[in-house]
Ligand binder design. Structure first.
Ligand code: GLA
Ligand code: ZN
Length: 677
């Protein structure tokens, strides 16, 4: 199956990015030059208006759209599509001075000064009214404009506000959720330290010792942001029902539940700045980046997403802003496409002259012409995208799902007791196993429908919401394989611990009782000693966390080798209905996890993009529509790599002709092969 194009009736990748013509109004020749350069670079889209409020409404109620009219007209004449932004990401000075309530209040109670950006109150009726008004004006003016392609709401929504308006909204939210204080007190376990609430007004200061409170505050912040998005989108939906609406997300951004936000959007888009120039292992960064692309694609259940921002070279906000090595920009752009992006866009098209982003990578540098290394790399991507247009609308077919939830992240980081900082890195270790083998993965929520998958990986599923245990049981009963382990089934959606033994409602499914967890110092380890029928042969190392379990109905596949729990089970498998559930009680080193989970993937004969050995640092990722398959083979190392392709001929989409047999990739090389099924 094929998904619709990002821009209706526009069968091309969007290629371009953030452009700020309002910074160049006094030099119209710059705009003319930028259009000429766009053509040379194969750039067909600019994201405009993102921080333009002061240029669009220089005084209250006085609107100046003429400059934007001019930009959009020229773009239309050049056949370009605008990703047109609403300007709420930065409020004008006059507004902040006249209406202090729109400025955010910190948890300490201090109202923030005007300045910077991304710092408005999400609740303020004044701000909502102002946003609604300018969005209405924008939509009225450009509703039939041929350049209008996609709406870009605001910019990187983030943060929280503790002003009186937000506190009132939070109390209302709680009243709606719980109805009575009795129910709230129970959910928050507030008898602890005498924190019981006897009046709603007492819920005033965020109480970090009450985990139910923290969870609800984060949920409220996500809901309130989503509500603000709904308010921003309302006039656009009314006036331009056929123009898709998105906002630029930030991948694994911790504080906001992006699954909640995605419900308000037609398209998912995100800003991708992997540190490919850093000294860390590039393949590890690439696998983590692949994970985030898959996470973003999953927010709309597989629909192609937009890569909204990326830097064609350095950024300006890292400790050391090293240049991307030649070829890496292209590799990184094609990587996004491989995981489901139907656009490659940049921050920024032209470097600003002043202020804090003047040295951030851009398509057009201060020198102002096309004869730069970076411009050449961007133009190369422009050519590549033209050759890949058949890929548009296809998606990533996955047989594996990894469960990953924001609420689970929040509570694992809040929960006092377990070691912090384990979750994201451990999920990453699991993902890497599939990435190295070229097995496609979907990243889904524990509450999603799992029926289409063959393997579900559920690391550290600490919070079990109602219905999740039943869903996992149903999945395994019907023949699915589940892989989970320590810190699973600990507490419910309010972080109230399950009584009667861990992993709580998953105890029958895993066939184990988890009695207690030993957290190790960084330099300590334990050993996994394989037993009869164990999928791995070597002695893997356990680090950081060792769960002491009892096998109930499960079969023991490996035991601990050391310490007072030597001989106790560490890896078990439980037959359940037609499927099975593995429980890995310890956090094991990546190499051991690779052997174990890779072995399970092999046993299940999970589909791989290419059925051949992939050298270290190389992955193959698949997009397809059920008939055609597009295989992106990518080398995330600075050395040449070669491999022996499986039998048959593949069309080479970038270089033309066909390939078979030996395929070699230069440093940071990428090939896109097509196979008809
Ligand atoms: C973010 C923002 C952009 C810009 C870039 C710089 O993604 O959305 O406005 O600041 O970072 O990397
Ligand atoms: Zn507020």
């Amino acid at each position: 199956m094929r998904h619709p194009f990002l821009v209706p009736d526009y069968p091309h990748f969007l290629h371009g990015g953030d452009y700020n013509p309002e910074q160049w109004l006094a030099t119209p020749e710059i705009l003319a030059e930028d259009l000429r350069l766009a053509k040379l670079a194969g750039v067909n889209s600019w994201s405009v208006g993102i921080f333009s409020w002061a240029a669009l409404e220089p005084e209250e109620g006085h609107f100046t759209f003429d400059w934007l009219d001019g930009v959009l007209e020229k773009m239309a004449a050049a056949g370009m599509k605008a990703v047109l932004a609403t300007p709420s990401g930065a409020k004008p000075n006059w507004m902040a001075a006249k209406y202090p309530e729109i400025r955010r209040v910190q948890a300490s109670g201090n109202r923030e000064p005007q300045g910077g950006r991304h710092n408005h109150c999400f609740t303020s009726p004044v701000y909502r009214e102002k946003v609604s008004l300018i969005n209405t004006r924008l939509a009225e003016r450009y509703q039939n404009h041929p350049a209008l392609g996609v709406w870009h709401l605001s910019n990187e929504y983030s943060g929280e506000c503790h002003c009186p308006l937000c506190k009132d909204a939070f109390r209302l939210w709680l009243q709606k959720k719980y109805g009575t204080l009795e129910k709230l007190n129970h959910a928050w376990w507030s008898a602890f330290w005498s924190h019981s609430y006897t009046a709603w007004e007492q819920i005033d200061w965020l109480d970090g010792s009450v985990h139910g409170f923290l969870l609800d505050w984060r949920r409220f912040t996500s809901d309130q942001t989503a509500d603000f998005i709904r308010c921003e989108a309302a006039p656009l939906r009314r006036l331009t029902p056929n123009i898709p609406i998105t906002t630029n997300l930030m991948g694994g951004f911790f504080p906001l539940d992006y699954r909640r936000l995605a419900k308000e959007l037609d398209l998912v888009s995100w800003d991708n700045y992997p540190a490919y120039h850093s000294r860390e292992n590039m393949a590890a960064i690439a696998s983590g980046t692949g994970f985030t692309h898959d996470l973003m694609r999953g927010l709309k259940r597989g629909r192609p997403f937009m890569l909204m921002e990326s830097s064609p070279s350095a950024v300006n906000w890292m400790a050391i802003n090293k240049l991307l090595r030649p070829g890496v920009h292209r590799l990184k752009s094609l990587q996004a496409v491989a995981h489901g992006a139907d656009s490659v866009q940049y921050f920024q098209y032209r470097k600003s002259r002043g202020s804090c982003e003047k040295f951030h990578g851009a398509v057009v540098d201060h020198v102002g012409h096309e004869h730069t290394r970076v411009f050449g790399e961007v133009a190369q991507v422009g050519k590549d995208l033209k050759k890949l247009e058949k890929v548009l609308g296809s998606t990533v077919p996955a047989e594996v799902a990894i469960l990953y939830d924001w609420e689970n992240r929040w509570i694992l980081e809040e929960a006092a007791g377990p070691r912090k900082g384990l979750y994201d890195a451990y999920v990453d270790d699991h993902y890497r196993v599939f990435w190295r083998r070229g097995v496609s993965v979907d990243i889904v929520s524990a509450e999603d429908d799992l029926s289409g998958y063959r393997l579900v990986v559920a690391p550290m599923l600490y919070m079990l919401k109602p219905g999740v245990a039943e869903s996992l049981q149903g999945f395994v009963e019907k023949g699915g394989t589940l892989f989970g382990g320590f810190l699973s089934g600990i507490s419910d959606e309010n972080d109230l611990v399950f009584l009667g033994g861990w992993p709580g409602p998953l105890r029958k499914l895993y066939g184990v009782w988890a009695e207690e967890i030993d957290y190790l110092y960084d330099d300590e380890s334990n050993r996994l000693v394989p037993a009869e029928g164990c999928p791995f042969k070597s002695e893997a190392k356990a680090r950081l966390a060792c769960d002491l379990i009892h096998a109930e109905s499960a079969k023991v596949l490996a035991t601990y080798g050391d310490d007072f729990y030597a001989g106790r089970p560490v890896l078990t498998v439980n037959a359940f209905g037609q499927g099975k559930a593995y429980y890995l009680a310890a956090r094991i080193e990546a190499a051991g996890l690779d052997e174990l989970l890779g072995g399970i993937a092999g046993e299940l004969r999970l589909k791989r993009a290419l059925e051949c050995h992939l050298p270290e640092g190389v992955t193959a990722q698949l997009r397809g529509d059920g008939k055609e398959e597009y295989i992106f083979v990518m080398n995330f190392t600075g050395q040449e790599k070669a491999m022996e392709l499986p039998k048959g001929f593949f069309a080479d989409l970038l270089e033309g002709g066909s390939v078979s047999g030996r395929l070699s990739l230069g440093a940071y090389g990428c090939r896109v092969l097509a196979r008809s099924g």
